[in-house]
Write a protein that binds this ligand. Structure first.
Ligand code: PHE
Length: 454
């Protein structure tokens, strides 16, 4: 059933048995939401760019989503057995070619070519995943990096050069918690063969201030947008505006990435909970070495734009970003040129949900034991089910959840029941069309996954 070749952004690629990209996902490769004027994803990108100005930071916003397995995984030090490489998680064109799962796929290439010492990449990324209000198979990421060449800084004093650049950055009044030690001997060691603790600490300090300033910029804009909306409705309670003037709380949490050491995630205290907004760290020297510049030292981060845009614009469902409905797009018109016009999204009427269950027996090896999310050695993976649902019902599905799991006591066969919640964002689905969609989903599940419908 797979086509022999596929065309993506004007280029033709040969497929092989690894090919696993649905027509729906293929069709989204040309949308480029991050480049559409007044689109919330594009506005979020521009706000972030404003914190990382040129000429130091060069912007790359049109890099093709098709990359090699080498660029996406190997160049970054992902081990050969890393689960992210699985066909259940990643969209492959063929064994050696895939739709990038993150913008980090371009780090090595840009460490080679971005001679200004910094860059920002904004791009669409692709991951096979579950169906719910915060997951979509295509989303947008921004990658940022800054690096210094120890052969080019004054007196060869890298730490001093980095600290000098840090001193030029603005300060802020945020409340920053940084509870973990700067290095961890196993997970996040100092790259002692390549730089000193003093150098790594200077780079980390520059990284942290830069990203704190970015988060501050976004959350101040979110606050201003909410306040402006309230003012327009003629309500500005005193107690509220006092709470609004409290400084933003953030914290640095130790993290692990194969291509940074040490590594962190930045979390923001938002509406009573800690929210993870980005991953980052001191770049592994192997990346600079591959770029032919082993004397470079620096940092990198990656951030998901939808997650940030959902909070900045109060967008409740990730499917909305792909909507061409004027009731969605119209709410942001003009805000791309004038950020003071950003307002929280006002949801248009919520249409009624309609859920339907599908139960089936797993076949063959997957019928026995193991957990639902990827039975070892078996050909069943929940992401395959998600993909079929997305392919058949598109954006008419809000979420899909496992509601029952059953192992037959005598035969040991396993049965699963998933609840599919049909709800369009744009209109009320009729009973007849929901039924027809569900029937097709059930049929395709049986056909494509080989499960036995109960
Ligand atoms: N690429 C990582 C992700 O998608 C984020 C990251 C980027 C982490 C750069 C560290 C440095 O999760």
């Amino acid at each position: 059933r797979a086509p022999k070749t596929v065309e993506i952004n004007g280029k033709t690629y040969a497929t092989d048995p690894w090919f696993n990209i649905s027509p729906t996902v293929l069709s989204l490769t040309s949308r480029k939401l991050h480049l559409q004027k007044d689109h919330p994803v594009a506005i979020t990108r521009k706000i972030i760019e404003s914190v990382f100005p040129g000429p130091t930071y060069q912007y790359y916003n049109e890099i093709d989503p098709v990359v090699s397995t080498h660029e996406n995984f190997d160049s970054l030090g992902f081990p050969p057995d890393h689960p992210g490489r699985a066909r259940s998680d990643t969209y492959y064109i063929n064994k050696d070619t895939l739709l990038r799962t993150h913008t980090s796929a371009h780090e090595v290439e840009l460490f080679r070519t971005a001679q200004s010492g910094g860059f920002l990449i904004s791009a669409d990324v692709y991951r096979r995943d579950e169906v719910d209000r915060s997951h979509y198979p295509v989303f947008h990421q921004m990658e940022g990096a800054r690096f210094w060449d120890r052969n080019k800084v004054p007196n060869g004093d890298l730490a001093a050069a980095v600290r000098e650049d840090l001193a030029r950055l603005p300060t802020h009044n945020m409340q920053v918690e940084d509870p973990n030690p700067p290095f961890h001997p196993d997970r996040n060691p100092l790259q002692a063969e390549h730089h000193t603790a003093e150098e790594a600490s200077a780079v980390a300090a520059h990284l942290k201030r830069s990203l704190e300033l970015m988060v501050n910029e976004i959350f101040s804009r979110a606050k201003a947008a909410a306040a402006a909306a309230k003012a327009q409705q003629g309500q500005t309670p005193a107690a509220e505006s006092e709470a609004d003037s409290e400084p933003l709380r953030v914290r640095w949490v130790e993290a692990y990435f194969p291509f940074t050491s040490p590594s962190w995630e930045l979390e923001v205290f938002h509406e009573g909970a800690w929210l993870e907004v980005l991953g980052c760290g001191v770049s592994k020297q192997a990346l600079h070495a591959q770029a032919g510049a082993p004397s470079q030292v620096g940092w990198a981060f990656g951030i998901g734009l939808e997650r940030v845009a959902m909070l900045l614009f109060r967008i409740p469902d990730i499917r909305l970003f792909w909507s061409r409905d004027e009731r969605f797009l119209g709410q942001f018109r003009g805000a791309g040129d004038d950020w003071s016009r950003i307002r929280p999204f006002v949801p248009f009427s919520k249409h009624p949900p309609c859920w339907k269950d599908v139960s089936f027996w797993l076949r063959g090896a997957s019928a026995a034991g193991g957990n639902v999310k990827g039975v070892a050695g078996a050909d069943w993976h929940v992401n395959d089910l998600m993909e079929v649902v997305r392919d058949v019902a598109g954006d008419s599905v809000e979420d899909v959840r496992l509601v029952d799991e059953f192992t037959h006591p005598a035969t040991g066969r396993r049965s699963l029941c998933y609840r599919i919640n049909y709800r369009s964002l744009e209109r009320t689905l009729t009973n007849a069309e929901t039924n027809a969609m569900h029937e097709r989903v059930v049929r395709e599940l049986a056909e494509r996954l080989g499960v036995e419908i109960r």
